[in-house]
Ligand binder design. Structure first.
Ligand SMILES: Nc1ncnc2c1ncn2[C@@H]1O[C@H](COP(=O)(O)OP(=O)(O)OP(=O)(O)O)[C@@H](O)[C@H]1O
Length: 271
């Protein structure tokens, strides 16, 4: 099912400078999509149009088939969970449990159902043993998981993560990948803004490239990262595994380190 649809959407913060021009995009349930593009390409603006923090000057944004113009931002927030680029813009409670409970409680969830949601969100984000801790006892990178847990506890249909891997080590990156996989398995629509092309190739089948106010390309990681002109035009770096494969002239396009190693071994004719 189509969870999000942007139809001929244009947006400008001020009349002279258009940020988004006539964009058409659709995101399905049960899928994960990466949105990439250079600084200022309009990625965050696009997702703020999806969760109605912004309303387009032209065109329409549909969430689960409803035009967001006819909905309040609070109503859209029940359907679209948004983890901000900076977790500190989001966290305001003095314990992780309170932070996770806040959204569901505000929407009337109590008792067993509330506890079930807290447990599920905490388990998925690795916060089970830390529920009574103060969020600021955690480093910045791990505070991102607190905001993600708060969204999971709301159980929205659509999840937007803005730069989730920024400053994350490999264990946390793996945890993020597992969270996205679990959400997709549960038929959620996941949209991730990122500059981390290594994370993109390993975890996404669809990549949307934004550049110069528009969608420059919408395709698979193989299609995007093997198109040097596209990457040049969009000013994005290729994923390392693909760069290495091209450098040693491999005919395959590996999407993970394991696959790269396998391809290299095969190319050298060794077991
Ligand atoms: N509140 C605002 N008021 C005016 N201009 C803004 C505002 N927010 C963003 N912009 C401008 O809109 C353009 C797109 O910004 P946006 O944050 O959507 O890009 P982005 O692709 O998410 O960039 P980054 O990768 O740096 O986060 C930029 O030129 C930015 O300066």
């Amino acid at each position: 099912m189509e969870s999000v649809k942007l139809e001929k959407v244009s947006f400008a913060y001020d009349v002279k400078n258009s940020v988004i021009e006539n964009i058409n995009l659709a995101f399905q349930s049960g899928t994960a999509t990466a949105i990439v593009g250079q600084n200022g390409a309009g990625k965050t603006t696009t997702v703020k149009l999806i969760n109605r923090l912004l309303v387009p000057q032209k065109g329409h944004v549909f969430v689960n088939g409803e035009d967001t113009r006819n909905l309040t931002t609070a109503k859209v927030a029940l359907k679209v969970g948004y983890s901000f680029q900076n977790p500190d813009d989001q966290i305001f409670n003095n314990s992780i449990r309170k932070e996770i409970e806040f959204g569901p409680k505000k929407n009337g969830i109590t008792g067993e159902e509330l506890e079930k949601r807290v447990q599920y969100a905490a388990k998925l984000t690795g916060l089970m043993d830390s529920l009574n801790e103060h969020p600021y006892n955690f480093p910045y990178s791990l505070r991102k998981f607190i905001t993600i847990a708060s969204i999971i506890a709301m159980d929205p249909d659509i999840y937007i993560f803005d730069e989730p891997t920024a400053g994350q080590d490999s264990v946390s990156r793996q945890k993020l990948a597992s969270i996205i996989e679990e959400l997709v398995k549960n038929n959620k629509c996941v949209i991730v803004i990122t500059h981390d092309m290594n994370f993109v190739v390993e975890n996404f089948k669809r990549v949307v490239v934004l550049s110069k106010h528009m969608v420059l390309r919408d395709g698979t990681p193989e299609e995007i990262f093997t198109d040097k002109k596209l990457m040049n035009d969009a000013n994005i770096e290729p994923a390392e595994v693909i760069s290495i494969a091209q450098r040693v002239k491999l005919s395959q396009t590996p999407l993970s380190v394991t696959q790269l190693v396998d391809d290299l071994v095969a190319a050298n004719g060794k077991e």
